[in-house]
Design a protein around this ligand. Structure first.
Ligand SMILES: NC(=O)c1ccc[n+]([C@@H]2O[C@H](COP(=O)([O-])OP(=O)(O)OC[C@H]3O[C@@H](n4cnc5c(N)ncnc54)[C@H](O)[C@@H]3O)[C@@H](O)[C@H]2O)c1
Length: 385
């Protein structure tokens, strides 16, 4: 963005930098910075984080990897035509989109790529380091917003691309966030490497719609001592995410996180499944329908149904901006390892935090306080430059 070079700036390196979520992140950050729109949906812009010394939105610099070549301004045009971005915003921030576009490097592996895993990790890490150094950034947060991958094939199988990127983030000394259900840092190879570093990381799979509701409603049934007999869900969505999730193996990775929240909040796994249907005509708009069968006093049978109609990228982008700022500040404050206090944002959070949204919000509030620099301006123990 256009902040003075003398101010410390933070890099945000997006894996999947030409996707819908990434394009909405870059466009939205520029639009909010320019005062064109309020920061609706950004928890880091609420009083909870006043005084937590998070990097300003105007001090974020974007780059990333993608395997597609479509320029970011063109992606923003398509999102505007689809009604995801409001008319006029993409053209108002065309300079910021072009600047981010110049910082997108070709990712991988793509078909015909002859590089082995070690070489890919080295190349990705070099790209991230080069970006950080050229822009004289204080630090760079790596955030995975690439297409959902199927679960990897177990011991001996090739490392999934998300894990190669996670290893590259560690190699480049960057805090890491996995906003997708892909394995990333969860793969044993990356988890072992992460333990050897002091880098903070968070994930996985942003909680933006159906699972957000489940994290509120699950605790309600448990606290009211109502017996949930079955909880079934259907999602209809299009866009790149809908196409990726048409692959049953990728959908299975996504659904595991949606089901975990029920097991964790109800203490039991009710009957019922989650289905994801690719409906290209819906574009980025998702309809999520949940049908909850429960028993009341004397076994009286009842039903709750919810219908969530959301624009996926508009729901995800403010969370990605929040996470970039929080992970950067956590790194600066000397926090290390899995950031369990960020469970508020994820379907399948790292660490051993609570599963109910209310308790996750309490944990996030406590984190906001822990990130406050000590009064008087001296550096807290463990604080990094
Ligand atoms: N939007 C939401 O509400 C939400 C919520 C939770 C998670 N997510 C996850 O965010 C991710 C992005 O969603 P989206 O709607 O932007 O999808 P998208 O299909 O629009 O974008 C994904 C991008 O990833 C790129 N990509 C694929 N493989 C790559 C690789 N190996 N290296 C680099 N780039 C690669 C694609 O080219 C594409 O540009 C998905 O995994 C989705 O499940 C989204």
């Amino acid at each position: 963005m256009s902040a003075s070079l003398s101010r410390p700036r933070t890099g945000v390196w997006l894996i999947g930098a030409r996707g819908s979520v990434a394009t909405t992140v870059v466009t939205g950050c520029a639009a909010v910075t320019a005062g064109l729109h309020p920061p609706t949906g950004m928890v880091t812009e609420t009083p909870l984080f006043a005084g937590s010394a998070l990097p300003a939105l105007s001090d974020l610099v974007f780059g990333g990897h993608d395997t597609l070549d479509c320029p970011l301004p063109k992606r923003a045009e398509a999102l505007t035509a689809g009604g995801v971005l409001p008319p006029g915003v993409a053209s108002a921030v065309a300079a910021e989109l072009a600047a981010a576009d110049r910082e997108i490097r070709h990712g991988g592996p793509t078909s015909g790529d002859t590089r082995g895993e070690a070489e890919l990790v080295t190349d990705f890490a070099d790209d991230i380091r080069d970006f950080t150094h050229r822009h004289r950034l204080e630090r760079t947060v790596v955030i995975n917003v690439a297409s959902t991958e199927p679960a990897s094939g177990g011991p001996g199988a090739p490392l999934p691309a998300s894990t190669l990127y996670a290893l590259a983030a560690l190699r480049a000394g960057c805090p890491y966030v996995n906003f997708t259900p892909s394995e990333g840092m969860h793969h044993p190879a990356a988890a072992r490497a992460a333990e050897r570093t002091s880098l903070p990381h968070a994930g996985r799979d942003g909680k933006t719609g159906q699972t957000l509701l489940r994290a509120v409603l699950g605790p309600m049934f448990a606290q009211r001592a109502l017996t949930v007999r079955a909880w079934s869900g259907t999602n209809l969505l299009g866009g790149g995410d809908g196409a990726a999730l048409a692959d049953p193996a990728a959908a299975a990775a996504k659904n595991a996180g949606k089901e975990r929240v029920l097991a964790d909040t109800l203490g039991t796994v009710p009957e019922g499944e989650v289905h994801i249907d690719d409906v290209p005509a819906l574009g980025d708009w998702k309809t999520a329908w949940d049908h909850i069968a429960f028993d009341g006093f004397l076994g009286t049978r009842m039903i709750l149904q919810t219908i969530w109609q959301g624009c996926d990228s508009a729901l995800a982008a403010p969370l990605v901006l929040d996470l970039a700022r929080l992970a950067a500040r956590a790194h600066q404050a000397g926090l290390t390892g899995p950031l369990g206090d960020l469970g508020f944002y994820f379907k399948d959070p790292v660490g051993a935090g609570p599963a109910s949204l209310a308790e996750q919000y309490t944990a996030l509030t406590a984190l906001g306080q822990r990130l406050r620099p000590p009064a008087g301006g001296e550096r807290a123990p463990g604080e990094r430059q």
